[in-house]
Design a protein around this ligand. Structure first.
Ligand code: UT7
Length: 331
């Protein structure tokens, strides 16, 4: 057999930088009460959400993704022409083809990078991080720009009492690059297509055209809540085990921001020490789907609550159903 040369990369990978962008329009709970029978009190108590950001004039998934990416590139202090792959994780870009990532790469001045979109809903950032880590370690690219951008407000049914208040728009981006020490633990990921009906899109392309209906998101909130507080709790523990760490060795916990009560349950399950910094960005941003984790990471680092070099656990879960998480060193 003819021997084919294999690619070889860095011994380890780590996140070098993070950036994020939230739209300027602030939407408080009160705004939604004209559409659904609810109250600020109910939404706050049941989810933690006080307000969310929705795109306004001149803002869209592209502007948010570009802003987050520029920040991440600048903070990494690298020459952008060394970025060999650009991955965009999104479920709210309305073109199945072409993907948005190649256009973002061109707009960012990153020539000839491999560029593609992935669809893993609220687990999308952690799915992308697993890919980025492998790409760097296998030498397929020196640096990877991983972007998570979502404009779920455009898919939100304002009259649906179960989801109208949940989602927000935004983007986050990280640069993943080579490292002498390991900064990204083994991914714990999986899926359960048997629960595809737990979070759904109300119309596919055919029915959208036939019925003239714009696809919205629907969700069996109770079913997802139950799954998140049982199966995902164990998966979160598996992320720590996979990285060979105990809860005491963790500094920061950044779970997907789907519901403060889910976060509370995960904390109880993991028995994390009191001093662990916990992301609670759901309060001002709502659930940003794939963009949630990098937006929360940037918020914690920018506010000084979390510090560069600390050890954090990230885990995302959502439509599919899918989940992914890993232990990381904060950039
Ligand atoms: O990112 C993807 C992953 N998504 C998630 O992880 C979301 C997981 N699910 C959830 O976060 C929660 O299920 C929701 C926040 C969506 C809903 O909260 P819940 O505590 O599960 O509400 P529920 O559907 O069990 O309803 C409880 C009560 C009901 O009243 P009764 O029957 O107890 O009298 C509902 O009618 O709350 C009522 N209710 C509302 N009341 C005011 C349901 N929706 C509302 C509302 N405002 N919007």
């Amino acid at each position: 057999m003819t021997e084919i040369k294999a690619s070889t990369g860095a011994p380890f990978a780590r996140i070098l930088s993070v950036g994020s962008a939230a739209p300027s329009r602030v939407v408080p709970n009160e705004y939604l009460l004209q559409f659904i029978d609810s109250s600020d009190e109910w939404i706050t108590q049941r989810t933690g959400i006080k307000e969310r950001r929705w795109i306004g004039e001149g803002e869209n998934i592209e502007t948010l993704s570009l802003a987050a990416s520029e920040q991440a590139i600048e903070r990494a202090g690298i020459d952008r022409t060394q970025i060999g792959a650009v991955i965009l994780s999104t479920i709210s870009h309305y073109h199945q083809t072409p993907a948005l990532a190649p256009q973002l790469a061109t707009r960012l001045g990153i020539p000839d990078a491999a560029a593609y979109d992935i669809s893993a809903a609220c687990a999308g950032f952690c799915y992308g991080l697993a890919q980025a880590e492998s790409i760097v370690r296998s030498g397929q690219a020196t640096y990877v720009l991983l972007i998570a951008g979502e404009t779920i407000s455009e898919m939100t049914d304002l009259n649906d009492r179960g989801t109208a208040f949940l989602f927000g728009d935004g983007a986050g981006a990280v640069i993943v690059g080579p490292s002498e020490t390991n900064g990204i633990g083994p991914v714990v990921w999986g899926s359960d297509g048997g629960q595809a009906g737990a979070i759904w899109q109300t119309a596919d392309w055919h029915s959208a055209v036939e019925n003239g209906t714009w696809p919205k998101l629907g969700m069996d909130g109770r079913a997802v809540f139950k799954w998140a507080t049982s199966f995902i709790a164990q998966a979160t523990k598996n992320c720590l085990d996979g990285a060979g760490l105990t809860p005491e060795q963790l500094d920061v916990f950044i779970p997907h921001q789907a519901n403060d009560r889910i976060t509370d349950t995960l904390l109880r399950y993991l028995k994390l020490p009191e001093n662990v910094v916990v992301a609670r960005t759901i309060r001002q941003y709502g659930n940003n789907s794939a963009a949630t984790i990098p937006m929360a990471m940037d918020a914690l680092l920018s506010s000084g609550e979390a510090k560069s070099g600390q050890t954090a656990l990230v885990i995302g879960f959502g439509a599919g159903l899918v989940y992914a998480g890993q232990v990381i060193t904060l950039p």
